[in-house]
Design a protein around this ligand. Structure first.
Ligand SMILES: CC(C)(COP(=O)(O)OP(=O)(O)OC[C@H]1O[C@@H](n2cnc3c(N)ncnc32)[C@H](O)[C@@H]1OP(=O)(O)O)[C@@H](O)C(=O)NCCC(=O)NCCS
Length: 184
């Protein structure tokens, strides 16, 4: 990590009553700012902070609370500057698989190894949840570089998969997977 950068801490999100609203606000700001900077992560402009907060509150939080999703937060000076999640809500015949989702690093915090740190932390969580196969798809060349450097295998590209955030055109997604050694 760049030496001029403040210390970044990676932690499993354990929503507590006292910090919940602050965390939702921090995650909403992160998602909002990433989408407005061009991240292709499900959402289309216009995209408000309230819509971003509703995503974390209504979709992610219940899954975290019922144990079907684990979320890693990267904090710098108590601000959330990055996140990633593993979705464990797989069908009964895929108890060994997890889906990596919503890898986000704030535009002002990029190229300091935060995404790499997030991925290492989420893989630890996946292993702890007995997941030995991780799957994902990405429309981002930068993310694809990162995943490949971490050992994810590139399966192929689905053309015209989703709309760009500004809805100007359809774009492709790259499908990847990684097999993990089981937790010892
Ligand atoms: C993709 C993203 C998460 C990378 O975050 P980051 O913290 O800047 O990444 P890191 O600093 O950990 O970089 C790790 C590796 O990713 C690759 N990478 C990151 N940004 C890159 C860029 N702009 N161009 C090319 N490769 C890039 C490099 O291989 C890099 O390794 P290196 O620095 O040793 O060369 C960030 O740009 C982001 O949030 N983008 C928008 C959201 C998104 O597309 N998420 C992916 C969803 S699947």
């Amino acid at each position: 990590m760049n030496s001029t950068f403040e210390v970044v801490e990676f932690e499993l999100w354990r929503p507590t009553n006292t910090l919940l609203e602050q965390d939702i606000r921090g995650l909403a700001d992160l998602l909002h700012d990433c989408v407005h900077a061009g991240a292709s992560v499900s959402f289309i402009l216009p995209f408000t902070r309230e819509e971003a907060a509703a995503f974390w509150r209504n979709k992610v939080l219940p899954a975290v609370q019922d144990g079907t999703c684990r979320v890693i937060l990267a904090r710098r000076d108590e601000q959330i500057v990055g996140t990633v999640q593993v979705d464990l809500a797989t069908p009964p015949n895929q108890p060994h698989r997890g889906e990596i989702k919503k890898l986000l690093v704030h535009p002002t915090a990029r190229r300091h190894g935060i995404a790499r740190g997030l991925m290492i932390a989420i893989e630890e969580q996946a292993r702890a949840a007995q997941r030995t196969l991780l799957t994902l798809d990405t429309a981002s060349a930068a993310a694809e570089h990162l995943y490949a450097s971490l050992g994810y295998v590139r399966l192929g590209v689905i053309p015209r998969f989703s709309l760009r955030p500004d809805a100007s055109a359809l774009e492709a997604t790259t499908v990847m997977y990684k097999e993990l050694s089981p937790a010892s």
